[in-house]
Design a binder for this molecule. Structure first.
Ligand SMILES: [Fe+2]
Length: 265
């Protein structure tokens, strides 16, 4: 059995900055770490924590360092992939102590737990909202899935390879979904994809593989399918996700209650 916590989209800024002049994201993240520490007696043992991108809101090193001080309070091995708000150079500088952090290029990695393989994929196009799964990503993923043998795989990528119906987020979705679908289609392992970006608990599929989008630690995008849905965010629900492997995947959302909005970006 393996248990992985997914923490997503903390969008850290250093006080007194606030995201969208509203969200004290470092404080909200500290609160989430407190919540997880309080939950540990109920959810232990946890094998790994994966942070699925948008760690720092503007990609500054101070925000990564503040994030790192908090995440290390958990005392659990952790793994990071970038989101569209991140920048590779400061991320690499801050997390160079992690064995999973490559020395150059995209922040892709593989880590084997006893019974599953976890794979991190970098979908960042620096300076853009949308993400990309290109031929380089496909060859990395192909090798990583080949190396997994018949082990189940948890595949983390910031931009989810699904349409959410939240129009302003779908406009900055993942380019290359067909190539990703084709790559996954060459393997028979059980593969669960986990993503962030949508600041909401949303479930979909890609080529028959389940995609689970985790909530953000700082804000939420409302379920509003109208083509003129207001662009903005809610203050919650905020939370984290738990992904278990025990002869099958089981994914749970654990929320902190209390929310209002929508608030304009
Ligand atoms: Fe985000």
């Amino acid at each position: 059995m393996s248990r992985i916590l997914q923490i997503s989209d903390p969008h850290i800024v250093i006080p007194p900055q606030k995201v969208s002049n509203k969200l004290e994201t470092l404080h909200l993240f500290e609160q989430m770490i407190d919540q997880i520490l309080g939950d540990m007696e109920k959810i232990s043992p946890v094998d790994a924590v994966i942070i699925t991108g948008d760690i720092a809101d503007t990609g500054d090193i101070q925000s990564y360092q503040a994030f790192k001080r908090q995440i290390e309070r958990l005392g659990i091995p952790y793994f990071v992939i970038p989101g569209n708000h991140d920048l590779r150079a400061p991320m690499r500088q801050c997390f160079q102590n992690l064995d999973s952090m490559p020395g150059s290029g995209k922040i892709n990695w593989v880590h084997d737990l006893q019974d599953i393989r976890i794979i991190g994929l970098d979908s960042l196009i620096e300076g853009q909202g949308g993400g990309l799964f290109d031929e380089d990503s496909a060859s990395y993923l192909n090798a990583a899935l080949t190396g997994a043998g018949q082990k189940p795989v948890l595949l983390a990528i910031h931009h989810p390879p699904i349409k959410s119906g939240i129009w302003f987020m779908d406009e900055i979705g993942l380019e290359g979904c067909e190539l990703l679908a084709e790559t996954l289609g060459q393997f028979t392992n059980e593969i669960r994809v986990i993503s962030g970006h949508l600041h909401a608990g949303i479930v979909g599929t890609i080529n028959g593989n389940v995609v689970v989008v985790g909530p953000s630690t700082c804000s939420a995008f409302a379920l509003d399918y109208r083509p003129d849905a207001p662009v903005g965010f809610m203050t919650g629900p905020r939370g984290y996700a738990v992904h278990d492997w025990d002869n099958g995947f089981c994914s749970d959302y654990n929320y902190i209650a209390g929310a209002n909005g929508p608030h304009g970006f």
